[in-house]
Design a protein around this ligand. Structure first.
Ligand code: PLP
Length: 392
C-alpha cells in the first residue's frame, strides 16, 4: 500500500463511496494510454491523437450500450456525477422563474444542493417526496406531486444510504417533463436501461459500480432536450467561430478530457460486461443479504434494510444503539481492519426521513471483489461492538 499507516489487511466495505480494488485491467489500460498513446483526442491529426479519439469514442459507445441508447454523442463526459448533476440542473432551471420541481427524499447532495440553490434563485417550489420507514419511495407518491407547473422530476435510482431502488420507469412513463435519474449507485451493479423513454436524463459516475478511476463521470441527454453548457471553450471543432458548437458532445466538453480516466473507465465497463451485470448484482446482493441476516439478530443493533430484496443494491446501513456511528466506524477500522463509512453519506434528507439525522449511520457497501469471509469478519466485528455497547 505504500503510504504511511496503510499496512495490514483491510477488508474494504466502502464500495458505495468508490469501488476498490479496481480490476487490474483498469490500471493496465490507464498505463497503456499514458505510455503508448498519450495524445490529446480531437485536436491534432497524427495517429496518436486519432487513437486517443478512438479510445474516447469507444468509451462513449460502451456507455451508450450500457444505458440502452443508440446515440453515443449524447453521452457527455464530466469529472464526476456531481458536475454532471450541476450541468443538468442549471440547464433545466436557469431563467425559468416559477413552477415546481419534484424530487425524492433519497437525493444525494450532488443533486439536492444545486436543486435548492436554483429553486431559491428562480423562485421554484421544491417538492420533496418522502419514503417508507425502510427507505422505499412509492412512484405513485412522486406522480401525485407532479402537476401542470412541474418543470422536472428528480429520482435517485438507488439510495446510497439504504440501498433501495426507486423504479424510475414507473414515473417516466406517466410524465412528459424531463425525469433526471441519478444512476450513480446502480450503473454497473444493477440492470439499467433508458429504453424508449425520450424524457429520461441520466447522471452517472465512473468510479463506483463502473469500476473506473476517480475523476470520471457524465450524463446522457435525450434528443429534444436542449441545455446550456456550464463552461465554454476550446473543443477542437468549429474553431473559426467565437460561439460554442451547438452539436453534442462538443457543446458540453470544452477543454482536454480526462483521457487517462476514460481509458480506465472503458476497461472497467468491459470487465463488467465480461462478468455480466446480473452476476455482479447477485454476488453483491448475496453478501449484503448474508450480512443483514446475521447482524439483525445482534442485540442493540438497528439494521435499516427491510423490504423487497429484488429492489435493492448491496448497501446496508446500521447503528449500534448508544454509540456514535463515527466511533463505530473508527473501531471497525482500527481494531478490525474493516473500512466502512459513517455519518450522513451526503444524503441528509434520507436521514431526516428515517429518523437517523443528524448522526447518520454506519454504511457497509459490498463490491464485486468482496467475499463471504469478508462478511463473516464484519459480522463478528459488529457483534463484538454491539455486545460491548450493550454490556453483554
Ligand atoms: C447517489 C449518489 N449521487 C451522486 C454522488 C456523487 O458522485 P461523484 O462523487 O461522482 O460526484 C454519489 C456519491 O456518493 C451518490 O452516492
Amino acid at each position: 500500500m505504500g503510504e504511511r499507516g496503510l499496512s495490514g489487511k483491510v477488508i474494504y466495505l466502502d464500495n458505495a463511496a468508490t469501488s476498490f480494488p479496481k480490476p487490474k485491467e483498469v490500471w493496465d489500460a490507464v498505463l497503456n494510454y499514458a505510455c503508448s498513446i498519450g495524445a490529446n483526442p480531437g485536436r491534432s491529426g497524427h495517429r496518436l491523437s486519432v487513437e486517443a479519439a478512438r479510445l474516447v469514442f469507444n468509451c462513449r459507445r460502451a456507455l451508450a450500450e450500457l444505458l440502452g441508447v443508440s446515440a453515443c454523442d449524447r453521452i457527455i463526459f464530466t469529472k464526476n456525477a456531481t458536475e454532471a448533476a450541476n450541468v443538468v440542473i442549471r440547464g433545466l432551471l436557469e431563467g425559468v422563474g416559477g413552477g415546481n420541481v419534484v424530487a425524492t427524499c433519497l437525493e444525494h447532495n450532488a443533486v439536492a444542493r444545486p436543486l435548492k440553490y436554483w429553486c431559491r434563485r428562480e423562485d421554484i417550489e421544491l417538492r420533496v417526496v418522502s419514503c417508507s420507514p425502510s427507505g422505499e419511495v412509492n412512484p405513485k407518491k412522486v406522480l401525485e406531486a407532479v402537476d401542470e407547473s412541474t418543470i422536472a422530476v428528480f429520482v435517485n435510482h438507488a439510495s446510497n444510504v439504504f440501498g433501495t431502488v426507486t423504479p424510475f420507469e414507473d414515473i417516466a412513463a406517466f410524465v412528459s417533463v424531463p425525469v433526471v435519474v441519478d444512476a450513480t449507485q446502480t450503473l454497473g451493479s444493477y440492470p439499467f436501461s433508458v429504453g424508449d423513454f425520450s424524457n429520461v436524463i441520466v447522471v452517472f459516475t465512473g468510479h463506483k459500480g463502473l469500476l473506473g478511476p476517480q475523476g470520471t463521470g457524465g450524463f446522457y441527454i435525450p434528443e429534444g432536450i436542449e441545455l446550456d453548457p456550464l463552461i465554454r471553450g476550446g473543443t477542437g471543432s468549429n474553431s473559426e467561430s467565437d460561439e460554442q458548437p451547438s452539436f453534442l458532445p462538443d457543446r458540453f466538453e470544452s477543454g482536454t478530457l480526462n483521457v487517462h480516466g476514460i481509458a480506465g473507465l472503458l476497461a472497467g465497463i468491459r470487465w463488467i460486461k465480461s462478468r455480466g451485470i446480473e452476476n455482479i448484482r447477485k454476488h453483491e446482493l448475496e453478501l449484503a443479504c448474508l450480512f443483514v441476516e446475521a447482524v439483525s439478530s445482534v442485540k442493540g443493533v438497528d439494521v435499516y434494510a427491510s423490504g423487497d430484496w429484488s429492489r435493492r443494491i448491496g448497501v446496508v446501513s446500521l447503528n449500534v444503539r448508544g454509540r456514535d456511528p463515527g466511533v463505530v466506524s473508527h473501531i471497525l477500522d482500527s481494531e478490525y481492519g474493516i473500512a466502512t463509512r459513517a455519518g450522513l453519506h451526503c444524503a441528509p434528507w434520507a436521514h431526516r426521513a428515517l429518523g437517523t439525522y443528524p448522526v447518520g449511520t454506519v454504511r457497509f457497501s459490498f463490491g464485486p471483489f468482496n467475499t463471504e469471509s469478508d462478511v463473516e469478519e464484519a459480522v463478528r466485528a459488529v457483534k463484538n461492538i454491539g455486545e460491548g455497547a450493550n454490556g453483554c
